[in-house]
Write a protein that binds this ligand. Structure first.
Ligand code: GLN
Length: 454
């Protein structure tokens, strides 16, 4: 299996999915898996690892120039758990720099490409972001599954754009230790796989309490795969009216209706619900995420990790910091750091950061209210469109790019689990995904509802 994946990877350089290949390591790990009679469910299963995960002795750059040459001396908790289960690492996967973006175009390596094409057009499409390399690699069968991370949609949006499954678990289900931090109160890792069953198997191996992450929950990890009965009779599915945006493309509206009908046919009760603060989610996210990013990224100073700029005679340490950060960070990362420091500054803290935190609490309460009323899961589209053309949005208009996250940021702000499953195609045959949002810690139930949609 590992050899087959390695040879597919060699043929697929044009996709730009892998930014660092580890074939020798992969074959060693595969041999060890063959010899291991006590391996877990993932024994011998070849995976791709997003470049945001620190992997011991293997370049881990978060697709940023500032981490050039950085090889961690430790393994992230997620990857060590996957490897302990017997999984094989094929290499590191492309992504937006520091996971900031929705198209994979902010990567220092250049973007990954979506294996799908629009109708007869040859134009290259985005695989989504930030976990674009993970999405592209799984969709093109370069690996059997991949790790992703999701701060505002970076697992679910790329999964939807390439027609695969991706779940962002409840905040705290998966340890963040050893994953390069973007916005610590929003970041969660999760699996990106061909189908719901694979997601269940991989999520189980990734989950669990980790004393090294104080926000990781000390809760038992259910057998997510065993929960996949496909029986959702009597489950209450909420359809939130605020997600029916003005100008929603007809094919997205139809996808949503078809998904609703499928769940109804499977015996679920469909209920119209309201999540009144939804329209404030995107602005709140784009205050909170940059604020936390600006603080997290302060550590890249040319001293502790990766790249250090050449300095001129007479330069002091301040010039060294400035030149290193000016050279090492890309434009989107600089934009986030500037927004973040601005909204946290003494004069504007109350107007922006503090207000965004209050809005976040209201968004969380909206969800609590519908769950208290008996709703088991919420169905929405995963993205406002199918995959767009590379080059059509990047840099030209950051706000337009941010609007891509309109359906996904709410779950991160509320800490809830969300899953994207392939559910149809647009008029050109490109994949479209639906999203299900679940109650906290009820990933087993959520996966089972997604399984019924598959
Ligand atoms: N696209 C969003 C952003 O740029 C989400 C990214 C993510 O989930 N890592 O912030």
């Amino acid at each position: 299996l590992t050899q087959a994946c390695l040879s597919e990877i060699e043929k697929a350089d044009a996709l730009g999915a892998f930014v660092h290949k580890t074939p020798d390591l992969a074959l060693d790990m595969a041999k060890a898996a063959d010899a291991n009679k006590n391996g877990g469910d993932l024994n011998g299963i070849p995976l791709g690892i997003k470049d945001l995960f620190c992997t011991k002795g293997v370049p881990s750059q978060a697709a940023s120039g500032i981490l050039e040459g950085f090889k961690p001396e430790y393994e992230s908790t997620v990857t060590s758990q996957l490897f302990a289960d017997g999984a094989v690492m094929l290499g590191k996967l492309n992504m937006d720099e520091f996971a900031m973006g929705s198209s994979n175009e902010t990567s220092v390596y250049g973007n990954a490409v979506n294996p799908w094409k629009r109708g007869n057009s040859d134009a290259a499409l985005t695989p989504g972001g930030s976990s674009g390399g993970s999405a592209s690699a799984v969709a093109a069968d370069l690996c059997l599954g991949a790790t992703g991370t999701d701060t505002g949609g970076s697992i679910r949006q790329p999964a939807a754009f390439v027609g695969i499954t991706g779940i962002k678990p409840t905040y705290g289900r998966v340890s963040r230790w050893g994953i390069v931090a973007f916005a610590s109160s929003l970041d969660q890792a999760g699996p990106m796989t061909k189908d719901v069953r694979d997601a269940a198997i991989m999520l189980k191996a990734m989950s669990g309490h980790d004393p090294k992450d104080s926000t990781s929950a000390d809760l038992a990890v259910p057998d997510f795969e065993a929960a996949l009965t496909g029986d959702i009779r009597g489950k209450v599915i909420g359809i939130p009216k605020e997600y029916r945006m003005d100008g929603m493309p007809e094919e997205i509206a139809k996808l949503w209706e078809d998904g609703t009908a499928m769940l109804k046919d499977a015996g679920a009760e469909i209920r119209d619900i309201t999540l009144p603060h939804t329209k404030y989610a995107l602005p709140a996210y784009y205050v909170i995420a940059p604020a936390e990013a600006s603080s997290n990224l302060a550590r890249y100073d040319g001293v502790r990790f990766g790249h250090r700029a050449k300095i001129d005679a007479g330069d002091g340490i301040t010039e060294m910091y400035e030149k290193t950060r000016a050279e090492g960070f890309g434009n989107e990362v600089k934009r986030r750091v500037m927004i973040g420091t601005y909204v946290l500054s003494a004069g504007f803290y109350d107007a922006y950061y503090n207000r965004a935190r209050k809005v976040r609490a209201l968004i969380k309460r909206d969800f609590e209210n519908v769950f208290d009323d008996g709703v088991d899961a919420i169905l929405t589209p995963a993205t406002p469109s199918s995959a767009f053309e590379l080059g059509s949005m990047a840099d030209a208009d950051p706000i337009k790019m941010y609007l891509n996250d309109v359906f996904t940021v709410t779950t991160n702000l509320a800490g809830l689990p969300g899953i994207a499953v392939p559910a149809g195609v647009d008029k050109d045959g490109l994949p479209l995904g639906l999203q299900l949002i679940g109650r906290p810690w009820e990933e087993a139930d959520l996966l089972n509802t997604a399984y019924a949609l598959e």
